[in-house]
Design a protein around this ligand. Structure first.
Ligand SMILES: Cc1cc2nc3c(=O)[nH]c(=O)nc-3n(C[C@H](O)[C@H](O)[C@H](O)COP(=O)(O)OP(=O)(O)OC[C@H]3O[C@@H](n4cnc5c(N)ncnc54)[C@H](O)[C@@H]3O)c2cc1C
Length: 531
């Protein structure tokens, strides 16, 4: 099956949906592919909200400063300024698409406060159901737009470049160009050749590479892996944010998140033995310290006590059932009443800070290929993401990328010499155990050796094991018909490779990357690790 469209978008999270709407509104025909139900994405799980300067007491300078402090010397400062200034208009646009943010009785937007923010500036919806509200409204708009076609479940397999025309393409190749995407139609098993003049990866993060994660099963790093195979430039993959406080439920994927807005509203972290607050020992901002500091503090308290969790005491939070209804009812279902009980919590892989390196409008190092949202590295977050800056980044860059893509459509043509996917000689997988076993092994090794605290020794061990998993999986792939499961495993192995490679190259501790061998920063200003 071959199709041609102006723009193909991979992903139905906030970035992909917003991009599709903006591009279609400017006249482009958009084909949006998504591998699961359109509602399933990291976006749908976002609780806290979106950061924006909206109160008179607050200022752009303060939001920029907080972002730069969290980013620990690695943010691209001009990008930070641009995005922070754009934030109020991002909120306006979402309101125009029908997102109902929570308001004060007098009508002003209700502003929450989260770790690392010096003022209340987090806009939210339904208390703690912000992502679901945004996803729902944007999906409604996408579904009713005549120039957007959404297809699912469609799994994007690989980007099409000169490589598919028989040209040898390596990283030094001067002008790698993306002509489209090969995608698997899950219901029929057919592989489509989709030719486009702009290709947009909005495929989200990769929390599934770790054993405990707040991300849903769709977060398997497909976009970064496809970009790596196509020889795009990838940046700073060693920075993976662990959310400090997921409810501790072994084996539950995704882990249930207890938003840090709870700590903003007065919840305290208590050690698991004596039930005493401990955060002040680690940082003067205590419970409101940035996530990496809180996650490392919890990791350390767990190691001291020899147990896999600490406690979150949410009893001081005023009006908890009204302000955090999702959390309240979930805990009740699990037999925990946050108004009376301490909640066991552990860090969980949460956000991929590194990603496909982009410029200020979402263009990657490959022509005609854009990356937006969590899959990208724009320089906004630097070495660590400030809470609630990611939904903001996704919308800001989706809008810029859409304008740029539409602007250049006229001067581009479809590359029709691209061959269809060659599946000759490949069998359908009869040994799913190979895939599930390798996946499990990958997650365990990533959790043990490439988690919150790293060392050269651990990274070397991880590297050797990943190399073996890579070899086995690629051998299996060579004679196997593409399936979502097999590609997700290949993609997660690619993500693990990138994390370990970047972590090994960064010989310092900065932001989210902490290594016992180089516990200090080399200098104040950081340097990007580009692969
Ligand atoms: C529990 C949780 C709470 C969070 N809370 C907040 C918050 O309060 N504020 C904030 O700013 N951020 C928050 N985040 C982070 C934020 O939600 C994400 O960074 C953001 O939603 C990412 O949006 P996205 O569009 O880039 O990706 P996603 O929303 O993850 O969407 C990716 C899409 O791509 C699709 N896809 C992936 N691979 C393929 C493929 N190969 N083929 C086809 N489709 C594919 C997926 O199915 C999905 O539809 C939270 C994240 C989590 C997990």
């Amino acid at each position: 099956m071959r199709v041609e469209t102006d723009i193909v978008v991979v992903g139905s999270g906030i970035a992909g949906l917003f991009f599709a709407l903006k591009a279609a509104e400017q006249g482009a025909e958009v084909l949006l592919l998504t591998k699961d139900r359109p509602e399933e994405s990291n976006t749908a799980y976002a609780q806290g909200g979106i950061a924006s300067v909206l109160s008179k007491k607050d200022s752009f300078e303060a939001h920029v400063r907080d972002t730069l402090v969290a980013g620990d010397g690695l943010c691209r400062e001009s990008i930070v300024w641009e995005v922070v200034r754009e934030a109020p208009s991002v909120i306006e646009e979402l309101i125009r698409y029908g997102v109902e943010f929570d308001r004060e009785p007098a009508g002003a937007l209700k502003l929450g406060r989260e770790g690392g923010h010096s003022y209340p500036r987090i806009v939210h919806s339904g208390g703690d159901a912000t992502g679901a509200a945004i996803s729902q409204r944007l999906l409604e708009a996408v579904r009713s737009h005549p120039r957007i076609q959404m297809r699912y479940p469609f799994f994007a397999l690989d980007l099409i470049t000169q490589h598919h025309l028989g040209i040898y393409v390596n990283r030094g190749y001067p002008s790698i160009t993306c002509y489209g995407i090969y995608a698997l139609e899950e219901e029929t098993g057919k592989i489509w050749t989709i030719l486009a003049k702009a290709i947009v990866l909005a495929s989200g993060g990769a929390g599934q590479v770790y054993p405990i994660t707040t991300n849903p099963p769709t977060a398997t790093g497909d976009g970064v892996a496809m970009a790596l195979r196509a020889k795009a430039r990838i940046a700073n993959m060693e920075f993976f944010q662990f959310h400090p406080t997921a409810l501790y439920e072994p084996e539950k994927r995704p882990a249930f998140l207890l938003t840090e807005a709870l700590r903003g509203a007065g919840a305290r972290l208590l050690d698991p033995i004596h039930h005493k607050p401990f955060m002040a020992k680690y940082d003067s901002r205590a419970e409101l310290a940035p996530r990496d500091i809180v996650a490392r503090a919890i990791d350390s308290e767990c190691k001291i006590a020899g147990v896999p969790y600490v406690y979150l005491d949410a009893r001081p939070v005023p009006d908890l059932p009204e302000n955090f209804p999702t959390i309240y009812s979930y805990c009740l279902k699990k037999g925990l009443d946050p108004k009376h009980d301490l909640l066991p919590v552990a860090p969980a892989a949460h956000y991929m800070v590194g990603g496909i390196d982009t410029d200020r409008v979402g263009r990657t190092s490959i022509r005609q290929l854009y990356a937006i949202g969590e899959v990208s590295y724009t320089g906004l977050h630097g070495a660590n993401r400030l809470a609630s800056n990611s939904l903001l980044e996704a919308v800001a860059f989706a809008k810029r990328a859409a304008a740029d893509a539409v602007l250049h459509l006229k001067e581009r043509t479809h590359q029709r010499e691209v061959p269809d996917w060659d599946a000759q000689g490949s069998r359908h997988p009869d040994e799913m155990i190979l895939i599930s076993h390798n996946l499990q092994e990958l997650r365990v090794l990533m959790g043990n050796y490439v988690g919150i605290v790293r060392s050269n020794f651990r990274l070397e061990r991880a590297w050797r094991r990943i190399a073996l998993l890579y070899e086995e999986t690629e051998a299996f792939y060579k004679h196997t018909y593409p399936s979502r499961e097999l590609f997700e495993l290949r993609n997660l192995i690619a993500v693990a490779y990138l994390i370990v490679k970047c972590a090994s190259l960064r010989r310092e501790s900065r932001g989210l990357h902490y290594t016992l061998d180089y516990p200090e920063k080399r200098r104040e200003e950081g340097v990007d690790i580009l692969v």
